[in-house]
Design a protein around this ligand. Structure first.
Ligand SMILES: CC(C)(COP(=O)(O)OP(=O)(O)OC[C@H]1O[C@@H](n2cnc3c(N)ncnc32)[C@H](O)[C@@H]1OP(=O)(O)O)[C@@H](O)C(=O)NCCC(=O)NCCS
Length: 218
């Protein structure tokens, strides 16, 4: 599917938003790592470079590949949005299907790397092993959720907004009323982006754990 086609700034290719395909999985894991430290590169920050994607990207494409969208330059994926329509169902699936493999791959924090990631390794592993702990009180009214990450060369070109619009439209088509997301408090750029797009803070949001929501209606 070709839509939202746009020439790259250097004129070398065409950037296209399209649905996720299974062969995009490695690119998504790579982008997740390279934007995984509050929007900056998390490579080498954790004892295992696969941890961030295992907690923040791959379970989403595994559970809801039909709600994942990517930006493709004809050679590789440079950015993605992953999400689910029903967080309750997703967390139950995580507990049942994703947690055993996660626990085998990341049974406990590894040796210190000497770097300090915004989200400590202990916490990331704990979340992977306790998915229910991420449930928000507003989940009944905001059942869907998303994660979005673009490599630096793709940022600031309007693709973040287009990906969110694409996801909201896909949810609206399914009758899902609203979605939420959590942001790393250190990620000021992402917070500014969500506010610009019309997201509002939910009652359970706090300065340490900002949580934003938005309706799926345009
Ligand atoms: C945050 C992110 C998804 C935004 O996507 P993007 O493609 O760069 O943003 P867009 O170009 O679509 O910008 C949409 C609007 O938000 C505004 N905006 C985007 N980033 C902004 C920033 N850092 N500060 C202020 N405003 C910003 C733009 O000015 C634009 O406004 P306009 O449409 O009215 O002109 C992207 O920069 C990114 O992936 N960053 C690294 C990973 C990350 O932080 N992910 C979020 C984790 S919660």
């Amino acid at each position: 599917m070709v839509k939202n086609a746009q020439a790259q700034p250097d004129g070398t290719g065409e950037l296209t938003i399209r649905p996720y395909r299974p062969e995009d999985r490695d690119d998504i894991a790579d982008i997740c790592l390279r934007t995984g430290a509050a929007g900056a590169d998390a490579t080498g920050m954790y004892s295992d470079d696969t941890l961030v994607a295992d907690a923040a990207a791959l379970p989403y494409v595994e559970f809801a590949p039909d709600l994942a969208f990517v930006v493709d330059d004809g050679k590789r994926v440079l950015g993605y949005l992953v999400g689910v329509a029903d967080t309750d169902e997703f967390l139950a699936w995580w507990e049942r299907e994703w947690k055993p493999g996660f626990a085998a791959r990341h049974p406990e924090p590894g040796p210190p790397t000497g770097r300090t990631p915004p989200i400590p390794e202990e916490l990331l592993i704990w979340v992977g092993l306790n998915p229910e702990a991420t449930r928000i009180p507003e989940a009944a009214d905001y059942p869907a959720q998303l994660h979005i990450n673009l490599l630096p060369e793709l940022q600031g070109l309007g693709f973040g907004r287009k990906l969110v619009d694409t996801f909201r439209a896909a949810l609206a088509k399914r009758g899902v009323p609203a979605l939420y997301l959590g942001v790393d408090a250190a990620n000021k750029g992402a917070v500014a982006f969500y506010v610009r797009l019309g997201f509002h803070e939910l009652p359970s949001s706090s300065p340490e754990h900002p949580i934003f929501g938005i309706s799926t209606a345009p």
